[in-house]
Design a protein around this ligand. Sequence first.
Ligand SMILES: NC(=O)c1ccc[n+]([C@@H]2O[C@H](COP(=O)([O-])OP(=O)(O)OC[C@H]3O[C@@H](n4cnc5c(N)ncnc54)[C@H](OP(=O)(O)O)[C@@H]3O)[C@@H](O)[C@H]2O)c1
Length: 265
Amino acid sequence: MTTGLGFVDRYGPWAVVAGASEGLGRAFATEIARRGLNLMLVARKEAALQQTAGELCEAHGVETAVLALDMGAPDAIDRIADAVGDREVGFIVANAAFVPIGQFSEIAPADLDQAIAVNCRGTLQLARRFLPPMAARGRGGMVVMASMAGLQGTPMLTTYAATKAFDLVLAEGLWQEFGKHGVHVIGSAAGAIADPNLAKVKTKRAPGTLSPDAVVSETLAALGKGPRVVPGRTNKFASVLMSRLLPRQAAVRIMAMNTKDLRAG
Ligand SMILES: NC(=O)c1ccc[n+]([C@@H]2O[C@H](COP(=O)([O-])OP(=O)(O)OC[C@H]3O[C@@H](n4cnc5c(N)ncnc54)[C@H](OP(=O)(O)O)[C@@H]3O)[C@@H](O)[C@H]2O)c1
């Protein structure tokens, strides 16, 4: 029984954050370190990971390790497990994502495969590798970063949206299966997040845009309370409208209006 445990006792001592070099993943790593967990930071940009690792170590006195790899590579999860070694991982954040932007017919087939490899297979295999040992210990947690784009078809982000629908449904099943063993899984269907990458591809700030810190805080607060969180009040309202109240064709058309200014970054 894990009721009443603090963050470190419930989710420590080590967390793995996949996609930790910038943006939301870096914000997750920072908050998790602030709460006292040691961190294994994973992404492709090693220098950015090293810099974050150094800063977190100095600011919060936690241990850190970095691993530079492509989450879409077939051996990615084996390499993470090797790097983890005998460290006890009690928390994982599946945040890395690849976002092919544009008309479906103009996106290279290899990019479609990479979206599946990073956004679906990477998340799936992280869960498969690290959740069962947590269940055996009777505690732990996982954040599956998804998107409101995954609540319905989203033109110009068609493949990305489909991968995020996969992530949300995956998180729901895992929430039930592992919740019975004291492991909290949450799928976070974030709306627009204010970050440099969003600014690269979108000219106007979308309604309901949140800071990375706000998404992290609301997502972590939702652990153990249910299978899914939509951070932000505006986004919660929009998600009910889009997925429950409007006919599907209207929801998809609204998304098409919202994504028509997107351009490949
Ligand atoms: N930004 C938004 O508005 C928004 C909205 C809703 C949901 N989300 C979700 O939130 C999450 C983070 O989004 P973000 O905007 O912060 O993304 P981002 O700035 O593009 O960062 C993604 C992170 O994943 C890493 N990454 C990307 N491809 C990778 C790969 N093949 N292998 C390993 N690491 C990889 C990136 O680092 P490297 O480049 O160093 O590998 C980076 O650290 C994603 O799951 C996304 O679906 C974002």
